[in-house]
Design a protein around this ligand. Structure first.
Ligand SMILES: CC(C)(COP(=O)(O)OP(=O)(O)OC[C@H]1O[C@@H](n2cnc3c(N)ncnc32)[C@H](O)[C@@H]1OP(=O)(O)O)[C@@H](O)C(=O)NCCC(=O)NCCS
Length: 164
């Protein structure tokens, strides 16, 4: 199946949030009921992939976070300064509408999130994610993310090697 061209943009009130349908009801509900409010309060930034000016095919959110140095694998933490935490950008949610799954959109949104995080003037060591289950964690590992040794559903990808 060939996929239509997508436009990536910050969520705004003209986008049709009601018709978005991925397999996870909490992720549908978040877009419908919470995302705009989180944007207004600067608690999360929500970005959408649009197939036409209103139709949302996929979305993700970004916010500030930090990682405890002691939670990182030792081969990575030993190369970092001895601060208690390092700054990170959290991708809180990522969801693709069922009609658009398996067409590369999830991977494209992940790449967009990595680029946005890497080109920011505010330093962040990594993009981190809290995967909702092992299936989602496999998706991130497929894209090079590393699981925290003691919390395998939290994964991160260092940003130093990403071209912003
Ligand atoms: C996980 C999800 C975002 C993937 O989106 P998608 O658009 O269907 O995935 P893509 O077509 O972009 O797949 C990109 C690559 O990831 C791989 N992939 C997809 N899902 C995977 C999984 N669960 N485990 C391992 N690899 C996976 C694909 O095979 C593809 O590989 P390739 O680039 O080598 O061909 C989507 O299935 C989804 O919205 N799921 C429900 C919500 C969810 O689980 N969100 C995760 C955040 S908690």
């Amino acid at each position: 199946m060939s996929s239509p061209p997508f436009k990536l943009a910050p969520l705004d009130s003209t986008h049709d949030r009601a018709s978005f349908n991925c397999t996870s009801e909490p992720l549908n509900r978040y877009l419908r009921e919470q995302a705009n409010q989180d944007m207004r309060r600067r608690v999360a930034a929500c970005f959408v992939a649009l197939t036409d000016p209103q139709r949302i095919a996929a979305y993700y959110t970004l916010g500030s976070a930090s990682l405890l140095l002691t939670d990182l694998p030792s081969h990575i933490s030993k190369k970092l300064p001895r601060y208690p935490t390092v700054p990170a950008v959290r991708m809180g949610r990522l969801a693709v509408d069922q009609a658009f799954k398996g067409q590369g959109l999830g991977g494209a949104l992940l790449a967009d999130a990595l680029t946005r995080a890497a080109r920011s003037e505010i330093a962040a060591f990594a993009l981190m994610v809290d995967a909702k289950d092992q299936g989602a964690a496999s998706f991130y590992q497929h894209h090079g993310f590393i699981a925290l040794p003691d919390s395998p559903l939290t994964l991160f990808l260092p940003l130093a090697s990403i071209k912003g």
